[in-house]
Design a protein around this ligand. Structure first.
Ligand SMILES: [Ca+2]
Length: 397
């Protein structure tokens, strides 16, 4: 997701997402954190029960300036022994999850609260909806995020890695230019992968408590990666736990990292081909359909009846993102309504939705199910559009 050299991964998330979508989308999407505020349950190992400490309650301090109340951050209540107690609980939980004792002892007693991770995570809270209901414009976002540098570096890698990329495409069906675009957007082609110690950061965010169930699961997954032989010094990443060239959360690394260069080991921290194979793996399991583009630009007739094409789905997550998509109809049905693709055509039976994109390169796009797969990587229309358009620019040769 979206970083530039010199800035921490996190700050860029805020920069990269438009106001209506800056909802910590990566975390909800990547880790499938559907239970956001769940309290952890006690775990029992042998005869001993380990209980998680209560989630610290915010302390409201009197404002220094006459800022409105909603602008105040809620600092964590001081709890001198809270983190030590939480570490004892984590030891029990890790044992329960069959993490090796040597790993537990090497990591958990030495964990430290990373307050910077907590601070950055708090800065990612959902923003208030803008005063108008108009969706934010794509134009300035795309201008800022699809730079000629990103395109050119993507092209040269696309060319140099073509033998690997084409093998990965043959196996997974995933468009290699999309894989390259994700790699470019996530880490600037491996340049910015994050410097947070993953174990400290994840334990800190779990302890902080607002999404404890999710971060605790990611923490345990990170321990399991150590069990698998990944070195602690390699387990670096964003403040929120995204790691390696693909910026996967640890649970995703466990499930989906793949070997792309044929040496039998999936090293998403040092091998670009392994990163490509892993990203393709992710998109494949997110439902990527072979041979279908992510979207095609569309011509929209002035007479189009918006009310008639409005989506009737009430999405359980990422509502602001999916609200921008119309109903899903076949290409033939769209043609009957006067909405036709520009340039590339799609099979008449393909199901697509219309997304109007004020200020982008075309007035609208017919998005495919592969666009939804990109959203699974990071649930933001700005993200998915910029991945698709960057991929097209890279593939243009
Ligand atoms: Ca490998």
């Amino acid at each position: 997701m979206r970083f530039k050299a010199g800035l921490m991964v996190a700050g860029l998330i805020a920069l990269a997402l438009g106001p209506a979508e800056a909802q910590d989308s990566r975390l909800t999407s990547k880790a499938e954190a559907r239970v956001q505020m769940a309290q952890s349950q006690p775990v029992t190992v042998g005869r001993r029960t380990y209980s998680p400490p209560p989630i610290p309650q915010p302390v409201y301090l009197p404002p220094v300036y006459s800022q409105p109340v909603y602008a105040q951050q809620a600092p964590m209540a001081p709890a001198p022994n809270g983190f030590e107690q939480y570490k004892a609980y984590l030891i029990g939980r890790a044992r329960n999850e069959r993490v090796r004792e040597a790993t537990i002892q090497a990591v958990i007693p030495g964990l430290r609260v990373n307050s910077r991770a907590i601070e950055l995570d708090r800065a990612q809270r959902p923003t208030a909806p803008s005063a108008s209901n108009a969706p934010p414009s794509f134009a300035s976002y795309l201008d800022r995020h699809i730079t000629s540098s990103l395109i050119n570096r993507g092209k040269s890698r696309f060319y140099n890695h073509w033998p690997n990329l084409s093998r990965i495409q043959a196996r997974t069906g995933v468009d290699p230019s999309v894989v390259m675009a994700i790699y470019g957007k996530e880490t600037s082609y491996g340049q910015v992968t994050g410097n947070f110690d993953l174990l400290d950061a994840l334990a800190s965010l779990a302890y902080e408590g607002r999404r404890r169930a999710m971060f605790e699961g990611e923490f345990i997954a990170a321990l399991k990666l150590l069990d698998q032989g990944v070195q602690r010094w390699q387990l670096k990443g964003s403040y929120a736990g995204a790691t390696g060239y693909p910026q996967f959360m640890p649970t995703v690394v466990l499930r989906l990292r793949a070997d792309g260069d044929g040496d039998g080991y999936a090293d998403i921290w040092r091998s670009e081909p392994d990163a490509f194979a892993s990203i393709a793996n992710y998109l494949q399991q997110a439902g990527w359909k072979r041979g279908v583009p992510w979207a095609v630009p569309a011509r929209i007739p002035p007479t189009l009846n918006r009310a008639a094409i409005q989506s009737r789905i009430n999405p359980p997550r990422c509502a602001a993102v999916f609200r921008r998509h119309s109903r899903w109809l076949t290409v033939a049905e769209w043609r009957a309504l006067g909405v036709v693709s520009i340039g590339r055509s799609l099979p008449d039976t393909e199901m697509v939705a219309l997304m109007e994109t004020n200020g982008a390169y075309a007035p609208g796009y017919l998005i495919t199910t592969n666009y939804r797969a990109i959203l699974d990587y990071n649930c933001s229309n700005f993200y998915a559009m910029s991945i698709g358009l960057l991929a097209d620019a890279i593939a243009r040769g």
